[in-house]
Design a protein around this ligand. Sequence first.
Ligand code: NDP
Length: 304
Amino acid sequence: MNVLECENQVSRDGRMTAKILDGKIIAQRLKDQLKEEVDVLKKKHGRGPRLVNVMIGDNHSACAYANSQKKVAEYIGIEYDLLNLSTEITQEEFIEEIKKLNSDSAVNGIMIHKPIPEHIDYSKVADFVDINKDLEGINVANIGKMILDQTKIIPCTPASCMEHIRSSGINLRGKEAVIVGHSTIVGKPLSLLLLNEYATVTVCHIATSEAGKLVEHIQKADLLVVAVGKPGLIKGDWIKPGAVVIDVGINRVDSKIVGDVEFDSAKNKAGYITPVPGGVGPVTVVMLMRNGIEAFKVQIRGKE
Ligand code: NDP
């Protein structure tokens, strides 16, 4: 267990409550490791990774997120460029832009910044990103390679969850892992990563709730990961005492950001818990950079 990354909490009545898995501290450790790795790569190859974020339009919050990515990239020593395209761009023209980036040997990683306009089919366009430059690890070929355990480019949010889980020190072998939410960017890929660690994985979704079975699954979870987008969906008293709880949800409620788990009650039952904000999010950005470094290494190997 990495004790520095977990803060012990004591409640007002003096009881010990869950240790907080602090995403900012985990992110800092990983950024420092990646910075060292990039320094070595630069010495060996004369340059480091260059990543391009393709953004359509200039939506304020998308720009703020891109700026925070840029800061992380600069800290690690990665070149990060923003390619800003007009909202008038057609799907065909957009695909052409992606193809240009694919064939540019100075570009090692590509991501498509969301949201994108409705007239563009995100999943179709994302599949045009070269598999070796797919920063987010979500194009079909990369997901296929992930199932076969043949790639180190892993979707960023599940990869962030795994870093939090490692920080808790839980040995997943034979443990009950319950994921709530089966989206293609979080729940489904995370279930594969947990299976690779020999956890017994249950994936819950809307139909689990409709069948009234959500609580019974959660009550048996040694590890609970929630990625739904519904504030306070998971109540603290459903949680198995001592469980590791990873809350991926980001919800705005009365100008505050909260997760999918009722934090105040959950921290009295869990052994470890991620806060929202400051949990999964900060590490997700670092995982994007880690994918960029892996992409760079694959491309360099291809030329050697
Ligand atoms: P999606 O909307 O794609 O998926 C939500 C999932 O939750 C679906 O599988 C849905 O099932 C399921 N679901 C909805 N309602 C219930 C319910 N009552 N009980 C059980 N399952 C339910 O969302 P994302 O995966 O993209 O994101 C989930 C959350 O995570 C959001 O709050 C998002 O903002 C956040 N997020 C955070 C990131 C980070 O880095 N911290 C990164 C990515 C996302 P069904 O499809 O069957 O309806």
